[in-house]
Design a protein around this ligand. Structure first.
Ligand code: FES
Ligand code: FES
Length: 152
């Protein structure tokens, strides 16, 4: 299969049963996308496929053959500088553990591309599929609203 990951084409043989999250982590070598549950509920594995936010633990790698995949690693600029959403997470102290944060940032990225002017309720709705076990959502929501302001 061939997929474009963060703008770079990658071709590999994959077993039919390989999940996209395992392919990204174990074959492509991008480990920001995490596996946080066995039940498709936590959102730690959120990536963008052709711009749509998907849980990569619920998708077979073979299903995205020919598609464009974006992971957290692809958000930074060429010089490694953080993008608007990552910056806002830092500024608003929304950076929590390394497990949930990448998925939160990808879900936020997806939301802001579709709706650059979300209400707080829309932000909370967009994060519904992403769980922080520490329930620290306040600063994450503030960060996404702040990123939206910066992007507009
Ligand atoms: S690892 Fe995919 S939703 Fe939890
Ligand atoms: S900070 Fe990551 S699960 Fe709560």
């Amino acid at each position: 299969m061939t997929i474009t990951v963060n703008g770079e084409k990658t071709s590999h043989e994959v077993e039919d049963r390989t999940l996209l999250v395992h392919h990204l982590r174990d074959v492509v070598g991008l480990t920001a996308t995490n596996i946080g549950c066995d039940t498709s509920t936590c959102g730690s594995c959120t990536v963008l496929v052709n711009g749509e936010s998907v849980k990569s633990c619920t998708v077979l790698a073979a299903q995205v053959d020919g598609d464009e995949v974006e992971t957290l690693e692809g958000l930074a600029g060429d010089g490694g500088e953080m993008d608007a959403v990552q910056n806002a997470f830092q500024q608003k102290h929304a950076l929590q553990c390394g497990f949930c944060t990448p998925g939160m940032v990808m879900a936020a990225t997806s939301l802001l591309r579709e709706n650059p002017d979300p209400t707080e309720e829309q932000v909370r709705m967009a994060l519904k599929g992403n769980l922080c076990r520490c329930t620290g959502y306040h600063n994450i929501v503030q960060a996404i609203l702040s990123a939206a302001e910066g992007i507009r």
